[in-house]
Write a protein that binds this ligand. Structure first.
Ligand SMILES: [Zn+2]
Length: 213
């Protein structure tokens, strides 16, 4: 898969709070290498604006994470490996299971962690009163119910329908969902290109215009 980096800058996702609410999840958790705002590539932001035009009345997008620093990705991966070991997996198995939920840290194009490109988003939907829609699980859950289509075959009609709404809105604007996580969407990076069959990706590793550590 070829990369034709288009050098779009990262922009803040928090400046249209009427429709897009950005809450930096890992900053809230106080993790090293996290940043207070959510930053995403300009083209990702433009596509989110498209999503806002199709939102049901009063609904808002809530973003938990966009661009991630290498330091944070590394920390998240290590924490996930520990979580998997605590579940009883051996070292190698724990690495493999962890990689389903947290991409191993890498800035290299061929193996770049999706969030390091600014082309990945973790998000959900809220109603006009700020109540999160029932998605049948929480952000970063590592259970089977995190799989986007889980509730197609398990009984939670509301969660199934809310996930479908998010999927329809996001794919309608050009994003691609990572099927192991209902909350994760990509645009322009390698994950997106591989899943959509695009000829090339145009977002590789990037950094924001400020120091984050
Ligand atoms: Zn993600």
């Amino acid at each position: 898969m070829e990369l034709r980096e288009n050098n779009e800058p990262l922009v803040q996702a928090s400046l249209y709070p009427e429709k897009i609410v950005a809450r930096s999840w890992y900053y809230g958790e106080g993790l090293k290498g996290s940043i207070p705002d959510v930053w995403i590539r300009e083209g990702v932001y433009e596509r989110l604006l498209k999503v806002t035009e199709s939102l049901p009345d009063g609904m808002r997008i809530v973003i938990w994470d966009g661009w991630r620093s290498y330091e944070l990705q590394k920390l998240l991966f290590e924490k996930m490996v520990e979580r998997m070991k605590a579940k009883g997996h051996s070292h190698d198995d724990a690495q493999r299971h962890a990689a389903v939920f947290v991409y191993p840290p890498s800035k290299e194009y061929e193996s770049v962690s999706w969030h390091l490109t600014g082309g990945a988003l973790d998000l959900t939907l809220a109603d006009r009163y700020g109540r999160l829609l029932d998605m049948g699980g929480n952000f970063d859950d590592t259970e089977e119910h995190s799989h986007t289509y889980y509730y197609e075959t398990h009984d939670n009609v509301i969660a199934a329908s809310n996930r479908k709404l998010l999927l329809r809105l996001m794919t309608g604007a050009g994003f691609s969902n990572y099927p192991s996580e209902w909350w994760h969407y990509d645009y322009g990076n390698r994950g997106w290109a591989e899943r959509t069959g695009a000829e090339y990706a145009f977002y590789g590793y990037t950094e924001p215009p400020f120091k984050w550590h």
